[in-house]
Design a protein around this ligand. Structure first.
Ligand code: NAD
Length: 538
């Protein structure tokens, strides 16, 4: 197989009157009239859970989208067994045949499945049409296609063979199954975390985030339509603690592919550590976690482009991107102009039901998120910060929080340090002369190191920021917002408390899902034990 021609999926623009827009509107209408039943899928069989949980639309919480089956420990143990049972055959399936399934899934998603998955992401996770398109269509298609190309390249990495012997690396999957635990905020991550290990020959137990159950179940159906054999990916929505306990006690647990909050990843890592002696092999632990992503402006930056980057970076998808700009450092000389541009633009931002394509923002994912974000906003004024824009919430119809800009007088205020995961941008204004001190402030204020951006026209300032902040972000942007990484172009992941930095959608990630075996075959084996240096003694 040679698929080196691979390119990123083009983003459709859904202009009024376009075919894609009509098709998406139809898919949204279909969701409105039909309640979805989301089962467990174990060994290819649909199973009802120990109970069900109602899934509601975040921007219209009276609207029930479906019922989600909930796995208990016993059902999860059955999913583990199914994954273990499917392992040998899947591991022995030639790479090209495995790859064909994921490439076919990409093609189906690019065509007939595109608007079904986009509609589920809009209704279930409250993404606007553009945010759904770049996530559940383009990014997931890119993951599916690029992973195949990267896997192919990885397997071409082979050792040297000499005249006397043939050496090769056999890219075996891990011995056991992989546990994929996925977040609510990207449908594409929901798909990528089980698919990347599966492409490399592993079988998977997949626990989706409850709020993303609708789109995530459709991904499983898409993979089945593309020919994924039963048992390769087993789908177990359910209580996180119960599902994880059943998975992590299996001796066949071989790896964790996680994206979500730092606290949850810490907890899973600790559970794994406790069970360590019972596992057949040292498990691979891959986790992409939280962020407190910065935008640092130098006095030479251009205020207009900076304010657009702040608005898009902080407020698209309601700030619920791990990469969202949530703290900004702006020099005093630039601030009046930046503030004016930002607040003027914010006054025109529309927020509401995302099935109205004119919306720039939808609702927060659930009640818990709404309460958390409102608590941060309310506390900010008590702690001496000033709310410059937004600040109000309205949870009567959906979990809406206005895009909020906070000016922090203390650069170590909570809103400058902690991940809020909502539409809140905290800004610290520094005296222009303190550029060097601010570099160190940006580096040391938060425990995370996911994304960050510097805005400057002065090349020396860009170089200083890139050098001082080398370890402050896994994805670093110059004169661009810190969100919107594209598979194949900006491999994504952060270090420090932001994760293990295994760069989703790259060869670096895929190599974590293989356990290579080195094979040496000698053509003419030795016929005597002695070496020439031993002279007659031999
Ligand atoms: P979360 O940590 O609440 O949930 C993530 C997953 O873990 C979900 O499937 C959830 O059900 C599960 N989970 C929750 N509690 C658990 C427990 N006790 N044991 C086992 N599993 C448990 O995160 P979320 O709200 O879905 O997503 C938001 C977080 O994800 C943010 O912190 C964000 O920064 C992070 N994130 C990071 C990246 C990245 O690439 N670094 C990407 C997306 C999201």
């Amino acid at each position: 197989m040679n698929i080196s021609h691979i390119a990123n999926e083009p983003i459709l623009d859904y202009r009024p009157g376009s075919g894609e827009r009509r098709c998406l509107e139809k898919a949204l209408d279909a969701l409105r009239v039909r309640e979805s039943q989301i089962p467990l899928v174990i060994g290819g069989q649909r199973k009802s859970g120990a109970g069900t949980r109602a899934l509601h639309c975040p921007h219209d919480h009276a609207n029930r989208l479906g019922m989600v089956a909930q796995a208990d420990e016993q059902m999860t143990a059955a999913a583990v067994q199914a994954a273990v049972a499917a392992q040998a055959e899947w591991a022995a399936t030639p790479f090209d045949e495995r790859a064909a399934i994921f490439l076919r899934a990409a093609e189906l998603l690019s065509g007939p499945w595109r608007q079904t998955l986009n509609a589920a992401t809009m209704a279930g996770q409250s993404k606007t049409v553009h945010q759904a398109e770049i996530d559940s269509a383009c990014e997931l298609i890119d993951f599916l296609r690029f992973n195949v190309a990267f896997a192919e390249r990885l397997q071409q990495l082979q050792p040297l063979s000499t005249n006397g012997a043939l050496n090769r690396l056999d890219y075996r999957p891990l011995e056991g199954f992989v546990y994929a635990v996925t977040p609510f905020n990207f449908t594409a991550i929901g798909g990528n975390l089980p698919c990347a290990p599966a492409l490399m020959g592993n079988t998977v137990v997949w626990k989706p985030a409850f709020a993303a159950s609708l789109s995530n179940y459709l991904i499983l159906e898409l993979l089945e339509a593309a020919g994924l054999p039963p048992g390769v990916i087993n789908f177990v929505p359910g209580d996180s603690a119960a599902v994880s306990a059943a998975v992590l006690r299996s001796p066949d647990f071989a790896g964790l592919h996680f994206t979500g909050s730092t606290a949850v990843f810490d907890g899973l890592w600790q559970q794994v550590a406790q069970n360590l002696p019972t596992y057949r092999a040292y498990p691979r632990l891959i986790g992409e976690t939280g962020g407190k992503d910065f935008v640092l402006a130098h006095a030479s930056a251009e205020p207009e482009t900076l304010s657009v980057a702040l608005l898009r970076g902080a407020f698209e998808y309601q700030g619920q991107k791990c990469s969202a700009a949530s703290r900004a450092y702006i020099p005093a000389s630039l601030w009046p102009r930046v503030k004016q541009c930002l607040l003027d633009a914010l006054a025109t931002v529309r927020m509401g039901d995302v099935s109205d394509f004119g919306m720039f923002m939808g609702a927060l994912i659930d009640r818990k998120a709404y309460d958390r974000v409102m608590r941060y906003i309310d506390r900010a004024s008590v702690q001496g910060s000033t709310v410059l824009a937004g600040g109000r919430g309205d949870d009567r119809i959906g979990y809406f929080v206005e895009p909020t800009v906070i000016e922090a007088s203390d650069p170590k205020a909570d809103t400058m340090r902690e991940e809020i995961f909502g539409p809140v941008l905290s800004v610290y204004i520094y005296p222009d002369a303190n550029w060097k001190e601010v570099l160190s402030l940006v580096d040391r204020t938060s425990p995370y190191s996911l994304t960050g951006a510097v805005f400057a026209n002065d090349r020396q300032a860009i170089n200083e920021a890139a050098a001082s902040l080398r370890f402050a972000a896994g994805n670093f942007y110059v004169n661009d917002k810190p969100t919107g990484a594209v598979v194949g172009q900006q491999p994504f992941g952060g270090a420090r408390r932001s994760g293990t930095n295994d760069k989703a959608g790259s060869m670096l990630n895929l190599q974590r899902w293989v356990s290579p075996r080195t094979v040496k075959e000698t053509w003419v084996p030795a016929r005597h034990y002695a070496y020439p240096s031993m002279g007659d003694a031999g």
